[in-house]
Design a protein around this ligand. Sequence first.
Ligand code: FES
Length: 155
Amino acid sequence: MKRRDFFNWVGLGFMATSLPVALVACTPDEAAEAPAEETADPGPTQVDSSIREDGFAALGTVADLDTNGSLAKIGFVAGPVVAIRDPADSEKVLALNSMCTHQGCTVEWSGDAMVCPCHGSQFNADGTVANGPASEPLSQYEAKIEDDLVLIRAR
Ligand code: FES
């Protein structure tokens, strides 16, 4: 056997024995690509928000209010609304028009204030202005808890 043939034969043998190892190494890990188990938040519980005989409409459930710290809906039948537990009486709810009185952005409850993301106005839980540029308070809706529902007066 010539020297060149010997090296060709050794090289071919090396490639033939390495191929299965290379294939296994390049095969994707099935466990890593398996879809994550369903852990997504199912979102707020759907409730019937039509206006009742007494003029109130359901914004959401008390359970969702307590889980999230607030309930909010821009397209609510009474208008844009954000509701929270009353910090002065946790048995009650406060509901405010969530449209910022400065230029109309939607405020969100931060845990201790209604905060406007547009220019930084902040409102207290009762809707009064804590920090401008807004100068007018957020208007309040009449709100109550009945059974497991947070109800807002819609008319
Ligand atoms: Fe809310 Fe300007 S729109 S601070």
